[in-house]
Structure formats: structure tokens, C-alpha cells
Design a binder for this molecule. Structure first.
Ligand code: 13P
Length: 248
């Protein structure tokens, strides 16, 4: 059985006041059939962990490729772990765009994160022009091959498919487009890491997931959960998405 995961990416949103939303979610208790992860800004990780306890897992949104050193302003995987994180998002398209992160950078960071004992949520996704040129699967295949280090397992890796054009836009691929990419990712992971491992890596869909579209997305083959941006900031919305995953 694969783990189902509802992951919230708060991006650069949230001060201490936002912890009230996490408190509301935590008070609902852990869902029976799914794990819940919130990735707040790194300034809130430690306090978020105190609020979430063992009910909700806490993650970072990025880490440096090195475990420590002269890298002003950066955060290491070890520091995230020390602050209470169990996961880290890597290779989000906003990091790839804003910080010119390439697949190779993501791969090196992932190794460092694994060494620190973190689960990596590695993001892949095509741009609108790549989708329109019918290059989606080539792009996703290349990103998977380049961004995931050797040594992946069903325990240390989660993959999130986030089409760039669906992030924060309200646009969502059709269910068959989501299914095609997820089936393709599953096949690629099984080919590279063996069926036993490839079959157990949770695959998340991300991009404008809301309470209204979550149930149909979770019914798509090889969709094991979601990576949610905007709708994860409100306990009522994210709670409804968690409930949909739990029931799927
Ligand atoms: P939205 O859910 O706001 O579209 O963001 C998706 C995302 O980028 C999550 O990492």
C-alpha cells in the first residue's frame, strides 16, 4: 500500500498569526488513511512543530546543497531537521525560476537532505509552451532522471507533478492529462528503481487544487495526494482537501 499524502506549501506566506490555522487543523486529529504535511516558511518550522505535534508533519520548502558553511541566508537540511521538519520540498518551479535551479542542483540537494534524514518532495512540471508543443512527457522524464538521485525508496521520496501553468492560476489539467503524466511517472520510477520501489513512491498532483476539484483529482490513477499552495493557507479549505483524500 502506498502512503497517501496531503501536503501544504505555504510558500512565502505566514507570520506567527498563521499558526492559528495549523492549530485548527491539528485539532481535527490525524486522518485515518492519509498523512498530512505542512511546509511553512523556515522561520515558523519550530513553532509549527510545537503546534502540530505528531498529528501533522512539518517540512521545509528548500535546503542548501551543503550541510553547513559560509552561505549567508541559506538553510541546511540538518537545520530543518533540527527545527522539527521531517520533509523538504525540492525543485519547486518557483525555485527553478527565481533561483535558476537546475535538475543537477535539485539532485545534489536531495542527497544532502536524505543524509540529514529528511523525506524529499521533488517537484517536476512543464511550462505552458512545453505543454502546447506536446513535449510534456519528455520534459517530465528529463526532470525525473536529472532531479532524483540514485538510492530513492518509497520512504525517502515523494514526487509532485506541478504543471507550471496550473500553479496559482485556477487552471487545472484535465483528469486524463493528470492521469497520463502520473502513469508515465510511475512507469519511469519502476523502470529506474525496480517495481518494488517505484510502486511505493507517493505521487502528488499540485496546481490549483481546491476543495471543489480535490475528490475527482484523487480518483485519478496513480494520484496519491496533492501538493497545495493557496488552499493550504486556510484550515477550512485544506481540511476539506484532507477529508477528500482520506475518503478516496
Ligand atoms: P496553488 O495550489 O496555489 O496553485 O500552488 C500550487 C503549488 O505550487 C504548491 O507547491
Amino acid at each position: 500500500m502506498r502512503r497517501k499524502l496531503a501536503a501544504g506549501n505555504w510558500k512565502m506566506n505566514g507570520t506567527a498569526a498563521a499558526l492559528a490555522e495549523l492549530e485548527t487543523l491539528t485539532a481535527k486529529g490525524a486522518p485515518e488513511n492519509a498523512q498530512v504535511l505542512i511546509c511553512p516558511p523556515s522561520t515558523l518550522i519550530s513553532r509549527a512543530k510545537d503546534v502540530a505535534g505528531d498529528i501533522i508533519s512539518i517540512g521545509g520548502q528548500d535546503c542548501h546543497a551543503n550541510q553547513s558553511g559560509a552561505h549567508t541566508g541559506d538553510v541546511s537540511a540538518e537545520m530543518l531537521k533540527d527545527a522539527g521538519a521531517t520533509h523538504v520540498i525540492l525543485g519547486h518551479s518557483e525555485r527553478r525560476e527565481d533561483h535558476n535551479e537546475r535538475d543537477e542542483d535539485v539532485r545534489i540537494k536531495a542527497k544532502t537532505a536524505w543524509d540529514a534524514g529528511l523525506v524529499t518532495v521533488i517537484c517536476v512540471g512543464e511550462s505552458l509552451s512545453e505543454r502546447e508543443a506536446d513535449n510534456t512527457l519528455d520534459i517530465i522524464g528529463g526532470q525525473l532522471a536529472g532531479s532524483i538521485p540514485d538510492g530513492a525508496t518509497g520512504e525517502n521520496l515523494v514526487v509532485a507533478y506541478e504543471p507550471i501553468w496550473a500553479i496559482g492560476t485556477g487552471k487545472v489539467p484535465t483528469l486524463s492529462q493528470i492521469g497520463d503524466v502520473h502513469d508515465f511517472m510511475r512507469a519511469r520510477l519502476e523502470r529506474r528503481f525496480g517495481e518494488g520501489v517505484g510502486r511505493t513512491v507517493p505521487l502528488l498532483y499540485g496546481g490549483s487544487v481546491k476543495p471543489g476539484n480535490a475528490p475527482e483529482i484523487f480518483a485519478v490513477s496513480n494520484v496519491d495526494g496533492a501538493l497545495v499552495g493557496g488552499a493550504s493557507l486556510k484550515a477550512s479549505d485544506f481540511g476539506a482537501i484532507i477529508a477528500a483524500l482520506d475518503a478516496s
